[in-house]
Ligand binder design. Structure first.
Ligand SMILES: NC(=O)c1ccc[n+]([C@@H]2O[C@H](COP(=O)([O-])OP(=O)(O)OC[C@H]3O[C@@H](n4cnc5c(N)ncnc54)[C@H](OP(=O)(O)O)[C@@H]3O)[C@@H](O)[C@H]2O)c1
Length: 340
């Protein structure tokens, strides 16, 4: 039985982790932490856990967690947990970080986009990007998994088969992305108030969202070439879900069938990627509450443009489901164990 702690257990991804771990046959949650509510019952913060996970929130203490757990999920905002993660990993334990702190390999890029100083840059070299469909072999040997961003997971999976085949005109890719409100976490911000969100559809961080360098870094790694794209996120009045529409100009003529073959070759055996039948387009409702990514493609032959659509649940495949997928790989368990 793997003993697990969730740091930042009161947040959205922390709650989703606990929901998944509750029915994981080989994992047991031993500790849950909160900086603002130590001493409070977990079931008072997440009522769905009342009578099902009898734990009390505690303050973070690396040594205590290292003595009671095998792995810790850090579900904290970026910039606040990296020193704690470094302390924990130094004690010889495994960590899965849901924040952006260990995703970008270049510390200057991280500091430029996130506007904070990185507290433990030396650990970046040891971190593996936790997108199992691309880095399955590297994950088990690493002490620290940088769990990918939700927009990044969706966009990277939508574009990888194309960039691996060098099929796109450089600089031609535009990504139009939409997210439900839970993507922003539980924090209070007027932009996420009910009256601002409901019956509204707005863009934000246009062409400067923080997932851009993450997406470009991984697509460059997958293709062996520098990648550059324009990314426009939107906030949609729904609780959870991401839908990405990616457009790119093809270098050479390609049929829809040929593009589909590329996706089938790369992802055909993937447990959590569903390439939909022709004419069926991914939608957020079909992936809500699951760890699936739904993808479909078409070629606009008149304009030699490929269009890829992908949908997932930002709190599951975009965060906590993927984090448990990574935990399973770290401990040699079947990758899909406990992820319904
Ligand atoms: N939401 C998503 O869809 C999603 C998807 C992928 C990745 N992520 C990433 O996952 C991480 C967690 O996201 P989330 O949506 O769960 O956020 P959240 O709902 O805001 O929860 C974060 C938790 O961290 C704790 N916290 C906040 N400020 C802190 C501080 N200064 N020091 C220590 N603890 C602090 C808070 O709990 P206490 O005050 O009780 O300690 C809070 O409940 C973020 O880095 C986010 O970018 C989120």
């Amino acid at each position: 039985m793997i003993r697990v702690a969730v740091v930042g257990a009161t947040g959205y991804t922390g709650g989703e982790l606990l929901k998944i771990l509750l029915s994981h046959p080989d994992a047991r949650v031993t500790n849950v932490t909160s900086q603002s509510r130590p001493g409070q019952k977990l079931g008072d913060v997440h009522p769905f856990l009342r009578g099902r996970m009898d734990l009390t929130l505690e303050s973070y203490d690396a040594k205590r967690l290292a003595s009671t757990c095998d792995v810790v999920f850090f579900a904290l905002p970026h910039g606040v947990g990296s020193q704690n993660i470094a302390d924990f990993v130094a004690l010889g334990k495994k960590a899965v970080d849901l924040s952006a702190d260990f995703r970008l390999k270049n510390v200057k890029t991280y500091e430029a986009w996130y506007k904070v100083k990185h507290a433990s840059p030396a650990l970046l070299k040891k971190a593996v990007y936790g997108l199992p469909e691309l880095y399955r072999k590297e994950i088990p040997g690493s002490p620290l998994i940088a769990n990918p961003g939700c927009y990044a997971t969706t966009t990277i999976l939508a574009l990888t088969p194309l960039v691996r085949r060098n099929a796109l005109v450089p600089g031609s890719v535009v990504v139009d992305a939409k997210s439900g409100v839970s993507g922003a976490g539980k924090k209070l911000d007027p932009m996420y108030l009910y009256c601002e969100v409901t019956e509204n559809f707005q863009a934000y961080a246009v062409a400067k969202h923080r997932h851009v360098p993450e997406i470009e870094q991984i697509l460059a790694d997958q293709s062996g070439q520098t990648q550059s794209l324009t990314f426009v996120p939107h906030l949609v009045p729904m609780t959870r879900g991401i839908l990405v529409t990616a457009y790119g100009t093809l270098k050479k003529k390609m049929t829809t069938a040929a593009v589909r073959r590329a996706f089938e070759e790369d992802f055909g055996g993937e447990r959590f990627i569903r390439l939909l039948p022709e004419g069926r387009w991914p939608q957020t409702k079909d992936t809500a509450g699951s760890n699936y990514v739904d993808i479909n493609v078409t070629v606009d032959e008149r304009n030699r443009r490929v269009v890829v659509l992908a949908a997932l649940d930002n709190l599951v495949k975009g965060a906590s489901g993927q984090a448990v997928q990574n935990m399973n790989l770290l401990f040699g368990l079947p990758e899909a164990l406990g992820i319904k």
